[in-house]
Design a binder for this molecule. Structure first.
Ligand SMILES: C[S@@+](CC[C@H](N)C(=O)[O-])C[C@H]1O[C@@H](n2cnc3c(N)ncnc32)[C@H](O)[C@@H]1O
Length: 205
């Protein structure tokens, strides 16, 4: 993990309330995707860099049973636990995404403002780790900023769909990779909705 943005950096941002990424609720692109998943089941869902975990809360309230959130900032996980005391403690993973074990594999990974929080040099490793954590045919879905934020010394870091495509193409089939139509207002036109399926055999790459 890049030491510039380690646990203490993120903890500090929560402690000082510099959490401008936090929408305060599940956002429509993720909510609408989850709504069409059908009846709740025991598929293994991972939300890395989950922050306060509004997506986890939404899925848990709908009856999904195996939702895991991973974050390096204890404050983030504590916020979810405080809002949803019955959320299983063993599903709150205070861990570096890049060190999460691949077994047992996940069926679904959910992305929102985690990719843009990572130093851009880690983007190829993010795509590789997502593929490692998913079963063959598993899904990585969510939103990525499709916007140039200019040179920056701290997150969020922008980028373009052309750049991102190159990271994911070795491991994933592209089901959706287009501008989201239902972003929250400040992100309208600047978010890419992604739904990628892990290729069979891509773990050998
Ligand atoms: C910009 S915030 C986004 C939080 C949440 N996804 C949201 O949309 O509200 C990025 C989050 O990723 C976490 N994070 C950063 N690097 C991480 C890493 N290597 N592994 C796990 N979590 C990490 C931070 O603590 C922070 O909660």
């Amino acid at each position: 993990m890049d030491l510039t943005f380690d646990e203490s950096y993120w903890s500090q941002r929560y402690a000082t309330g510099r959490t401008d990424w936090d929408a305060g609720a599940i956002t429509p692109p993720l909510r609408d995707y989850f709504a069409q998943l059908g009846s709740p089941d025991d598929r293994r869902i991972l939300i890395p860099g989950a922050g306060k975990g509004y997506e986890a809360e939404y899925l848990y309230d709908r009856g999904f049973t195996k939702i895991f959130v991973a974050d390096v900032a204890p404050e983030a996980l504590q916020a979810l636990q405080a809002r949803v005391p019955s959320f299983p403690k063993e599903h709150l993973l205070l861990q570096d995404f890049f060190r999460l074990p691949a077994a047992p594999p996940y069926d679904l990974l959910v992305e929102q403002t985690f990719f843009c929080a990572l130093p851009p040099a880690l983007r190829p490793a993010y795509a590789e780790q997502c593929a490692r954590l998913l079963r063959a045919g598993g899904t990585l879905m969510g939103v990525l900023f499709d916007a140039d934020f200019g040179p920056r010394s701290e997150p969020p870091f922008g980028g373009s769909r052309e750049e991102y495509r190159a990271y994911f193409a070795p491991y994933f089939e592209f089901v959706h990779f287009e501008t989201a139509y239902n972003s929250i207002k400040p992100r309208q036109g600047r978010e890419l909705f992604i739904c990628l399926k892990k290729k069979i055999g891509s773990e050998q790459q």
